[in-house]
Design a binder for this molecule. Structure first.
Ligand SMILES: NC(=O)c1ccc[n+]([C@@H]2O[C@H](COP(=O)([O-])OP(=O)(O)OC[C@H]3O[C@@H](n4cnc5c(N)ncnc54)[C@H](OP(=O)(O)O)[C@@H]3O)[C@@H](O)[C@H]2O)c1
Length: 213
């Protein structure tokens, strides 16, 4: 797959480092030097440049800025038209650190608000539930069980692509349905973030356990 990143922070690095062997990557953002730094760190022929170039490069485009910057980043990438037909991967947690509650966008989730702003893209929500270091575990395994990554979206083909990318991180993919179920994933991540900020270790996760009986 061709994957463009908008943002070159912790999450971009964690996910890109898992995908770089198998996929073609482009690291994009508002600062070319910082994008280049991560591209070079990834160690292969990873391309880098602007938000616009990242959006144009990717069949899958990862929105990897702080949640407050997502809509500005979409505009910087060329607006809604720049994402037509693409899979837009929303990894963001719109969680206010003042009270650890997930923000509501007029009653819907951030993922749904993105889908409304970029109606020709296929938005999938995934990878928001764990700290970046968990995605770097090789593989993310807890008590001998793989981490189960819940994801949701309205387009089946887009979700199949993200399921492959979840498996490429070394996790088990679990489709939880339409994009509206991101209204549950975003507050679920808020629980984890609250725990992390109250002193739980970096590798704290909520996992789906399905024991053999
Ligand atoms: N870190 C985690 O453990 C984690 C886990 C799950 C989900 N998430 C979510 O993933 C998203 C990214 O988190 P992160 O930890 O990777 O963030 P980060 O390390 O702080 O990196 C954020 C990136 O966004 C860029 N950026 C900031 N403001 C921007 C703007 N207005 N326009 C364009 N780019 C901008 C930054 O570039 P500059 O350096 O140029 O400012 C940087 O490349 C967040 O929404 C977060 O909620 C994070």
């Amino acid at each position: 797959m061709k994957i463009g990143f908008i943002g070159y922070g912790s999450m971009a690095e964690a996910l890109a480092s898992k995908w770089v062997e198998k996929h073609s990557l482009f690291i994009g953002g508002r600062n070319r030097e910082k994008a280049e730094k991560l591209a070079k760190k990834l160690g292969k022929a990873v391309e880098f440049g602007s938000e616009k170039e990242a959006a144009s490069f990717g069949d899958v485009v990862v929105l990897a800025t702080p949640h407050e910057a997502v809509f500005d980043a979409i505009e910087a990438a060329g607006g809604s038209d720049a994402f037509a037909g693409k899979v837009l991967l929303d990894i963001n947690n719109p969680v206010e650190l003042s009270d650890f509650l997930a923000k509501s966008y007029d009653g819907v989730s951030l993922a749904e608000a993105i889908a409304k702003a970029v109606p020709n893209a296929h938005v999938v929500k995934a990878f928001n539930m764990c700290q970046a270091k968990v995605w770097q575990m090789n593989p993310p395994k807890f008590d001998d069980r793989l981490l189960v990554v819940m994801y949701c979206g309205d387009d089946e083909k887009a979700k199949q692509k993200i399921a492959v990318l979840i498996e490429d991180v070394g996790c088990e993919a679990k489709d939880i349905g339409d994009l509206k179920y991101s209204r549950m994933l975003e507050p679920a991540a808020a629980i984890v973030i609250k725990l992390l900020f109250s002193g739980h270790g970096t590798y704290t996760v909520l996992n789906l356990i399905q024991p053999e009986v």
